[in-house]
Design a protein around this ligand. Structure first.
Ligand code: NDP
Length: 497
């Protein structure tokens, strides 16, 4: 879209008196009539008023999704038609790329250069990848050992799916949830995070424009304790897919027990990032910086525990400290910004509290450890922080901080570092920097994590499965692994006698 058209569409969207919710193909107010403000975290200013969904709206959305699943035109579409609709969403995202990038940055605070280069293109790519799967959901013929039986399997959609997503990658998280669910023929109720509802709602408009039948995608902005909890407990929902904190993940498990919903959970992490002495040092230090500071450290896979071989500890600590100092803190919308604000006042307080605990427990920051002041004092900015003198037992080395804070710790031996890296309730991701092929394979096998990166960090692709070990969750997103979580297998026995 041309610049002017982008600005016009953006200001029309943000200028609505209330940004409404999507239920059964209609844009509607909350049943209660209530709204909530969404804030620009770079400035602390209100961006827009959004309809505040709660249990009554979830009821309406579940009825619409159930109707579309059981009786609507959706189930009569051919797989090819479903795939084309998903492909069309990707086309529309690309047509509106600049507008979506700006909206994401305004609502979330993330640097615009990343919204443009990462969030929006990967979102479009996700829909394209799963568009291809719609025509490839094959069953099997089974060579059973009972005479005259012809036995085969069908892969059928799970049904009505509730999807609850966080605020750190609002558009990408919506795509990770919607694309596989729709490719498999389910209908969906999506609840975006209260801090960042805007791009999911704009995506909803594009989904309507693409021609999805009514009720297939319903989007209910609102709060976790009301809308989210009602969705997780609703007897008319067959499955919940959740990304967020481990604490809320456990609440979802409990809430979903009554009707035994299928669950996929992508939860927290405290990922180890390990630099061996034979690594390419400059490359590894830069990798360590990106591993923790990308997206202000608000990444479930953030490389927040950096283990460095004792022989090069000072060099790595010094190099990382220098890089962190040089990062440019600024408004998300400024193209020169490397680090934007945290998402909210609450997250700012949470991260600053961890920094204080770290200092009290005896760790010392080599850089950062404080809020940004001056022009940035209105937003929720924390300077990139590198902690030295950290012990494994300290709170900041164990708990997920979800901010631009890394702890650096020395190690001596391969076995020792593998054991320490695994000493966590989490197991989402891990990384290793080395040029020794034997060490690579030993560490990949030893690390208890759903993803291991070698000489790289934070690589994601729609085709590569992603998810956690231990309390980082269960089920996998992306790749064909995601299809298993959005389909169920039916076995048919035909007596040929
Ligand atoms: P939450 O886990 O609370 O939020 C994730 C989503 O769950 C949001 O949509 C939220 O709604 C919703 N939710 C909250 N409570 C319930 C509930 N009882 N039932 C159903 N849904 C619910 O994360 P926070 O935003 O509170 O962040 C706190 C911490 O969680 C972070 O500091 C970080 O450590 C971790 N986190 C991890 C993420 C990850 O990707 N692994 C992502 C986000 C956070 P609402 O936004 O309205 O509260």
């Amino acid at each position: 879209m041309a610049d002017n058209a982008t600005e016009t569409t953006l200001s029309t969207f943000l200028g609505q008196q209330t940004i409404k919710m999507l239920i059964g193909g209609e844009w509607v107010e909350a049943a209660s009539g209530r709204t909530f403000d969404t804030i620009n975290p770079s400035t602390g200013q209100v961006l827009a008023k959004v309809a505040e969904g709660d249990a009554a709206d979830i009821d309406r959305a579940v009825a619409a999704a159930r109707g579309a699943f059981e009786h609507g035109p959706w189930t009569r579409l051919t797989p090819s038609q479903r795939g084309r609709l998903l492909w069309k969403i990707a086309d529309l995202i690309e047509q509106h790329a600049e507008e979506l990038a700006k909206l994401e940055t305004l609502d979330n605070g993330k640097p615009i250069k990343y919204s443009r280069a990462v969030d929006v293109p990967l979102t479009a790519d996700h829909f394209r990848y799963f568009a291809g799967w719609a025509t490839k959901l094959e069953g099997e013929t089974i060579p059973v050992s009972i005479p005259n039986m012809f036995t085969y399997t069908l892969r059928e959609p799970v049904g009505v799916v509730g999807q609850i997503i966080p605020w750190n990658f609002p558009l990408q998280m919506a795509a990770w949830k919607l694309a596989p669910a729709l490719a498999c023929g389910n209908t969906v109720i999506l609840k975006p995070a209260e801090q960042t509802p805007l791009t999911a709602l704009r995506l909803g408009e594009l989904i309507c424009e693409a021609g999805f039948p009514e009720g297939v995608v319903n989007i209910i902005p609102g709060f976790g304790e009301t809308a989210g909890a009602a969705l997780a407990a609703h007897p008319g929902v067959d499955k919940i897919a959740f990304t967020g904190s481990t604490e809320v993940g456990k609440r979802i498990v409990r809430a979903s027990a009554d009707n035994l919903k299928k669950l996929t959970l992508e939860l927290g992490g405290k990922s180890p990032n390990i630099i061996f002495p034979d690594a390419d040092l400059k490359f590894a230090v830069r990798g360590a910086m990106n591993a923790i500071f990308f997206n202000q450290g608000q990444v479930c896979t953030a490389g927040s525990r950096l283990f460095v071989h004792a022989s090069m500890y000072d060099q790595v600590l010094g190099g990382l400290t220098d890089l962190a100092r040089k990062m440019s803190l600024g408004l998300g919308i400024d193209p020169a910004t490397d680090i934007g604000p945290l998402i909210s006042q609450e997250q700012l307080e949470r991260v600053m509290n961890y920094i204080d605990i770290g200092k009290r427990e005896g760790a010392s920051p080599t850089t950062g450890g404080e809020r940004a002041n001056g022009d940035l004092a209105q937003g929720y900015f924390v300077r990139p922080t590198v902690f030295d003198h950290v012990a494994d037992e300290m709170t900041i080395a164990r708990e997920e901080i979800f901010g631009p804070v890394v702890v650096v710790m020395p190690f001596e031996e391969v076995e020792e570092v593998a054991a320490r890296a695994n000493q966590s309730i989490y197991g989402l991701a891990a990384a290793v920097w080395t040029n020794d092929v034997k060490k690579v394979h030993k560490m990949v096998a030893a690390l208890k994590a759903g993803v291991v990166w070698v000489n790289t960090y934070n690589q994601f692709d729609a085709a590569a499965p992603f998810g956690g070990y231990k309390q980082s969750g269960y089920g996998r997103e992306m790749g064909h692994a995601a299809l298993d979580t959005y389909t169920q297998t039916k076995t048919a026995w035909i007596n040929l006698r």
